[in-house]
Design a protein around this ligand. Structure first.
Ligand code: HEC
Ligand SMILES: [Cu+2]
Length: 315
């Protein structure tokens, strides 16, 4: 664990880039502060009452104009540059690389539950390999939480009722602190954990040593039968409903003519608010499961539907 330090270690590939923005802003602010303070003192002294310096009168109109334009335009360009630079880095957080290792995270009062693709579960802890992008699929069971790892310079709100994604890549093995950075009730301050980054071989060994519960995908498949989804969605069911095999990742024509992509959000909405987007050619008879399944179960169903998806081919 990191000791007390003035600055957290740069332990992810994002960290140096975030810090570059931070130190540039800090440097720029420090420079401006000092410049203003210096001029303040300098002018106070030079133009004090009774000093010999020339007091009133303009130097020339032309210099006025150039001066005005300069001090408006130069900062404008500086700020535009800072904005595009920082925003560009922020946006990379929203586009996880395709080969990322997907970890499911559930935030609840007051703990973080994590699950590896093989079904290994942890509480307030997460083991990850270094040198590989890690994508977190995060949901909240109750209120807003925020997944924050200072050493990785990443933080993302986990808002209930939607899928929250984030990714990062750890550079150095070590144990790093995980915080909840959104006040979420009495024990908010204890909603903390440890991220252990390890070389890939150690991670593989660690995974092997864990008891594996039912994987998310397996849980989703079980729920699909238990909740009666299969009664409608399997061929030969009592009513006509679209097959879920091959759905994920592909285009879905909707009643009304629009075509959407079956992504996480579409699947979530289909299960919680089936009437909001009805697949073309089907009747809006699917019941809403809002309130009858929790976020964990929804996450499992989504994981299973994703696992039987087709990645964009017609199916
Ligand atoms: C009473 C029958 C019925 C049940 C039960 C049912 N569905 Fe559906 N479902 C439908 C029908 C009909 C549609 C197509 C119309 C629509 O989009 O609402 C549909 C659409 C969907 C879609 C969108 C599919 C597409 O091709 O656009 C998903 C995803 C889905 N259901 C998942 C589920 C899951 C998961 C469950 C169980 C938790 C479930 N359904 C239970 C009848 C049902
Ligand atoms: Cu919290």
């Amino acid at each position: 664990m990191e000791g007390l330090s003035f600055f957290p270690k740069e332990a992810s590939t994002f960290a140096p880039r975030t810090d570059a923005v931070f130190f540039t802003l800090l440097g720029l602010s420090a420079f401006m502060t000092l410049a203003v303070a210096f001029l303040l003192v300098y002018f106070c002294t030079r133009y004090r009452r009774g000093s010999k310096a020339r007091h009133g009168g303009r130097v020339s109109k032309l210099i006025d104009l150039e001066f005005e334009a300069g001090w408006s335009l130069i900062p404008l360009f500086i700020f535009l540059f800072l904005f595009t630079w920082a925003a560009g880095q922020e946006f990379t957080l929203f586009y996880p690389p395709k080969d990322a290792l997907e970890i499911s995270v559930v935030g609840k009062q007051w703990m973080w539950k994590t699950e590896h693709p093989g079904g290994q579960r942890e509480i307030n802890a997460l083991h990850i390999p270094i040198g590989r992008p890690i994508k977190l699929d995060m949901v909240s069971q109750d209120t807003i939480h925020s997944f924050y790892v200072p050493a990785f310079r990443v933080k993302h709100d986990v808002v209930p009722g939607r899928d929250n994604e984030m990714w990062f890549e750890a550079k150095e093995p070590g144990a790093y602190r995980l915080f909840c950075a959104e006040f979420c009730g009495t024990d908010h301050s204890r909603m903390i954990g440890t991220i252990t980054a390890m070389p890939p071989e150690d991670y593989a060994r660690w995974l092997d040593a864990q008891p594996t519960g039912e994987t998310l995908v397996a849980e989703g498949r079980r729920l699909y039968h238990e909740l009666g989804c299969s009664g409608c969605h399997e061929a030969g069911g009592s009513v006509r409903a679209p097959p879920l095999h091959g759905l994920y990742g592909g285009p879905v024509p909707l009643e009304g003519g629009a075509v959407v992509t079956a992504d996480e959000r579409y699947v979530r909405d289909s299960i919680l608010r089936p009437k909001s987007q009805v697949a073309a050619g089907y009747k809006p008879i699917m019941p809403s499961f809002q309130g009858s399944i929790d976020e964990g179960e929804l996450q499992a169903l989504q994981a299973w539907i994703r696992s039987i998806g087709d990645g964009g081919k017609e199916g």
